[in-house]
Structures are given as C-alpha cells and as structure tokens.
Design a protein around this ligand. Structure first.
Ligand code: HEM
Length: 515
C-alpha cells in the first residue's frame, strides 16, 4: 500500500515538474530565440512525435513541404535540445551555402556516423578544419584532376564494357531477352573500377559482394536519423544498429588493411601500380599523423560508395524514363548515330552531344540521387535572412524542393530535357540555387565532373546496345536503398518501374541512319 502511495506521489510530482518545464520552454525559452518557425516542440523529445516519419530523412523532408503554408519555406524542428532546420527556400540556400559559406560548411559529428568512419575519417563526414582540408585536397589532386581522370580511363571503359557484356550474355542465355536489374549489374562493375583506382588491383567476386553489403548499410545510415545522436540515453535502444555498424567497419578493415600494407611495403617497386588513391593517402600519412591505416580504409571505402551509389541511381532513373518515352529515346539515338555512327560512345564524344547532356540534367533535376546533402552543422551562431541560427543547429538543404520550385522551373513536374537547351543552368550554383544535384559551396561534390561523365556514357551505351521496355511482371520493389520519397517517384512515367530499376532488355537492331 505504502509503495502504491509513493508511486502515485512520484507520478504527480513528475507531472507537475514536466508542466512547469513545458510552460517555461514554450513561453520563455523558445520565444527568446528568433529561429525559423515550426511546430511547437515538446520538452526533452522535441518534435519527434509531431512529425510523421521524422526518422526517415526523405519522408521527413517531404512532410516539411506540407507544413510550408503554415510556417513558410524554412522551418525549425527539434530533436531533444537540438534544432533541426530544413531549408526548402532556394534563395536562402544560396545565401547560406555561397554567401555565408564559412558558417555553413561543417558536418554534424553524430556518433552513428563516427562509428562507421573511424571518427569522421571520410571527406563526406569530416567536420570543417585542417584535417578535412588536407584529405579533400588530396582526393581532388589524386583522383579528380584531368590528368588523374585520364590515367584511369581504360579501367572506366572496362567497367562499362563489363556491364554491356553481362547484359548481352544474359540475353543470349535466355533466348533473346533478359530481365535486368540496373543496380545489381552496374554496381559491382563500378566497385571493381573504384578498387582498382584505390589499390591498383582487381579483387574476387566474393569480396565485391561483401562490399555491396557494406555500401548498402552506409546508404541506409545516411538516410536515417538516429535519435541517439541527439538524445544520448536513446543509444541504448539503438544498440543493434551500433553493433552492425561496428561489424561492417571491421569487415572493411579485414579486406583493405592487407592491401594497404602491401602497397606500403612495395611502394616504389614495379610490383604495384603507381599513383593509386591508397598510395597518395600513405604519402599524406607521412606528413599528417592523424591519418591512420584504419582511416585510409574509410577513405577508400568512401570512394567505392560515392562512385557507385549516385551514378547507379541516376542511370536507373534515366533508363526507366527512356523505356517509356519514345520521343526522347529517338532524339537521343539520332544524336548518338550522328556523332558516332555504329561505334561505341566514348568520353571524348560527350562534348558533341548536347541533347544527351540536357537529358542527363533533366534526370538529375527530376530524380536527384541525393534529395539532400548529408546534414550540415553550423560552425558559429549567425544570421540567415531574418533568422538567428544557433551554433549547434543541424541543417538540411532540400534539393528536391529547389528542383520542383515553380518560380524557377515552368511546369516543374513535366519531363522536358529541352529546357536545358533553351537556358544555361550552372550546376555549381555560384549565382543562384536552381539545379543543385551535387550540392553547393565549400562541400560541393568533388566528383561532379566524373559523375556526369559516367552517367552520360552509361546511358548512351545502354541505349546504343539494347532496346529497353518495362517489366510489368515483377513484384514491387524491395530495394531499401531507394531513397526517393514516394512523391518524387510519383512524378515518374511509371513510379513502380522507376523504383525497381528492373527492366527487359533485348539486343538493339540496327537503325536507319538519320539523313
Ligand atoms: C551523379 C553522380 C553524383 C551525384 C548526384 C553526387 C551528389 C553529391 C552530393 C549532393 C553531395 C553533397 C554535397 C554537399 O554537402 O553540399 C556529394 C558529396 C560528395 N561526393 Fe558526390 N555525387 C556524385 C558522384 C560522385 C562521385 C563519382 C564521387 C567520387 C568518386 C563523389 C564523391 C563525393 C564526395 C567525396 C563528397 C563529399 C564532399 C564533402 O563533404 O566535402 N560523388 N555528392
């Protein structure tokens, strides 16, 4: 009995304390901040129970657009004591990323990300500072300069040829047609390429499969919000995720550490290919002791993830649109025939193919592989428009919202590559944020030119070699890595086929040459 009275008394006291806290939070603390508006958060948990699907980034961002009529295009939510600000307004995104780039250039040091990157040892996850400058500069000079890109052209061509040969083989074995999953055909070929670029050697099929599992897990963790990153006590609930992440990181190290040691031992000898990404990182290690071997494994696996996920997603969207849009398909084929005839499209041909470039931009506008960059952390408290942005704010830039803005894009839901022939749009967003599939500002994707080239070449070659049609017989997608929100897929000619990326391929018959 005494116990029951004690429990009831404790519950009443907790209730009173919570109400006082709520009153103070809503009436005193919150109004003292001039943050962008948003639903009134609850103490301790914030907006977690007010926004549906807040823990899934794509669904969360989609939900914020429904709240625009009430709060405007820039909104604040809360998880625990931390504000999460979503910028759906392209002008404000430009002000933040370009005009105030020095404040909006860091990443959030979430423990869920730290566990997967040995303490933020990737370009993507590293917070602003000298270490980021050093690894980002190294990545650009050793992988993305024209000279470095030329060096690996043969391997890129081999990866593309690998994709074509595989599809052709399936068609032959199946008696004239094949059901092709674009994702599972392209990704391993690109892992192979990226592994060669990193270590100067090819690896067995078994290792490629293992890498695919790791890449998928990384992708999932990017598209989820882990409450434990905001409310430390919640980490207990997310123990399973943390255990999986640690296991995966261990697997990456088991595969890559021996390769790194081999390069260290044989550096300078003719037993290894010179100028690989891993070798450049070992050189960097000589001057920067913060970079350990485990960190090099993270940077190399970032190369695998970055070079395969977005490219595959864009090609999958492109092929799906082409399989249903005969007019665009014919225009592309005409251009390909005119520039290369029966020869395969190569990197050097791309500058002569404006329609292919316009088609690719329209794909990236309608179906951006990343609907937001990874969340930004604000370096120091600052003003943005009329708002005060506190130092620890988490910022999401909603790329999909900018690409569908009716004031920037006439008929934004219509798929029309010609819009990019009529108007030059700068994807680096220096003057304005309009088309931002690669992010913008100091963290803009360093692989932009390579990504654009790979997507164009793959689309052109897949179209040159095969006839594509939708596969209406397959089951709905179980691809958990498809980050596109349902609203975005709904804009596609056939939303389910686009999500699945599974299509029927046949060998393309020779076309009549255009006059
Ligand atoms: C169609 C292809 C691609 C798309 C759409 C894409 C998109 C993006 C986006 C949206 C970001 C975030 C930028 C920001 O934070 O503002 C990013 C960052 C990054 N991307 Fe890409 N990317 C592509 C291809 C590639 C390729 C091929 C590589 C490398 C092989 C690459 C490497 C990276 C890296 C390292 C970062 C992190 C940059 C940083 O945080 O400083 N990307 N990418």
């Amino acid at each position: 009995m005494d116990q029951l009275v004690g429990l009831v008394a404790a519950a009443i006291i907790c209730g009173i304390v919570y109400s006082i806290l709520l009153e103070w939070w809503l009436k005193v603390w919150l109004p003292s901040k001039r943050l962008p508006p948003g639903p009134k958060p609850w103490p301790l948990v914030g907006s977690l129970f007010q926004v549906r699907s807040m823990l899934h980034v794509a669904n969360f961002l989609k939900a914020t657009q429904k709240l625009e009529s009430k709060y405007g295009k820039t909104l604040t939510f809360w998880i625990g004591q931390r504000p999460v600000i979503v910028i759906n307004d392209p002008q404000l995104a430009h002000e933040a990323l370009i005009k105030q780039g020095a404040s909006f250039c860091s990443r959030c040091m979430f423990s869920s990300v730290g566990a997967l990157t040995r303490g933020f040892c990737t370009v993507n996850s590293s917070p602003q500072g000298p270490f980021l400058s050093s690894i980002r500069r190294n990545m650009i000079t050793s992988v993305f300069t024209p000279k470095a890109l030329n060096k690996w052209e043969v391997q890129r061509e081999a990866a593309i040829e690998d994709v074509i040969v595989q599809i052709r083989q399936s068609i032959t074995e199946n008696g004239g047609w094949a059901r092709v999953n674009i994702t599972t055909v392209i990704r391993p070929a690109f892992y192979k390429y990226a592994l060669y670029l990193c270590f100067g050697m090819y690896v067995e099929e078994k290792v490629l499969m293992q890498i695919d599992e790791i890449v998928n897990a990384r992708a999932r963790s990017v598209w989820s919000i882990y409450v434990g990153d905001y409310i430390p006590a919640w980490k207990l609930v997310e123990w399973k995720h943390r255990r999986n992440v640690t296991r995966l990181q261990q697997e990456v190290e088991d595969i890559m550490l021996p390769l790194i040691r081999r390069i260290r031992e044989l550096k300078g000898s003719d037993e290894i290919i010179p100028g690989t990404y891993a070798e450049s990182l070992l050189n960097l290690q000589d001057t920067d002791p913060r970079l350990r071997d485990e960190g090099i494994t993270c940077l190399c696996s970032e190369m695998l993830t970055a070079s395969s996920l977005s490219v595959t997603s864009a090609v999958r969207s492109g092929m799906s649109v082409l399989s249903e849009n005969q007019e665009v398909r014919e225009k592309l084929l005409d251009e390909i025939d005119r520039v290369v005839g029966n020869k395969p499209v190569e990197e050097s041909h791309l500058t002569q193919m404006p329609y292919l470039a316009a088609f690719e931009k329209e794909i990236l506008r309608m179906y951006p592989p990343a609907i937001t960059p990874p969340p930004y952390a604000v370096v120091e408290a600052c003003k943005l428009g009329n708002y005060d942005i506190p130092k620890n704010a988490v910022i999401y830039f909603h790329i999909h919202a900018y690409h569908q803005d009716p004031t920037a894009w006439p008929d934004p839901t219509e798929f029309r590559p010609e819009r990019f022939l009529e108007e030059e749009v700068d994807m680096s967003c220096k003057k304005e944020v309009k088309l931002m599939p690669f992010g913008a500002g100091r963290r803009i994707c360093p692989g932009m030119n390579l990504g654009l080239m790979e997507v164009s070449i793959l689309i052109a070659r897949l179209l040159q070699n095969f006839e594509w049609s939708q596969d209406d017989m397959t089951a709905p997608s179980t691809d958990t890595n498809d980050s596109r929100p349902a609203a975005l897929s709904a804009l596609a000619p056939s939303s389910e086929s686009l999500r699945r990326g599974i299509m029927i391929a046949r060998i393309r018959q020779a076309r009549k040459q255009p006059s």
